[in-house]
Design a protein around this ligand. Sequence first.
Ligand SMILES: [Fe+2]
Ligand SMILES: [Fe+2]
Length: 223
Amino acid sequence: MLTHPIPPAPFAATGPIDTSPIQLTPPSGLDLDPIWVSVVPETRARSNDIHLPISLAYAERLTAAYPEANAELVRVTILLHDTGWGRVDESRILSEGFSGDWRKADIRFQHEAQGCVIAREVLPKLGYNDEFIEEVCAIIDGHDTRPVARSLEDALVRDADRLWRFDHAGIALASGWFGLDPSTYSERLRAEIVPELLSDAAKQIAHADLDRSQALLKTAVLR
Ligand SMILES: [Fe+2]
Ligand SMILES: [Fe+2]
């Protein structure tokens, strides 16, 4: 399967950019439901049952903005990317995975490796071929710890994985993981996460979401 090389960031969209609230475009279709059914236990860890569906909805917005990307690869990979949290020591997720130098924490590498194990367990039974599964695992492995994206699809998965945090549901959950109030956390998103986004579409979506979320949560006053 051909994946596309990643252009320099922020790369311009070639399709439409939808910056409306993410609830308006939930994940499309039923084609991924057999995968969802296969990973229900893994979605119960680290609020994956919130993070993964919302991230999939953002991933679909990004594949609409970049129609040259392999949308199936992006969609399947974002669905599975964090399922590995369901196979690691849960007590270490918040103590190591979300504090200190969390990007380099051993538990982070473990959740990536376990995510690949799960992809290789689940996808063959559902008819996905070996080449596709290896493409999925190549993105999952290192999605948090590898400093660079290797393909356009990898870049869109990375951006979708960050974008969910800009929605008010993401701010509600992730601010707690990092022990921050919503106001401080949302400012950190703007200062630190927006610059990490690779696609111009994701940057536009992030700003629109953050403006709405900060207004909704009264972060200018509740600080
Ligand atoms: Fe992750
Ligand atoms: Fe994630």
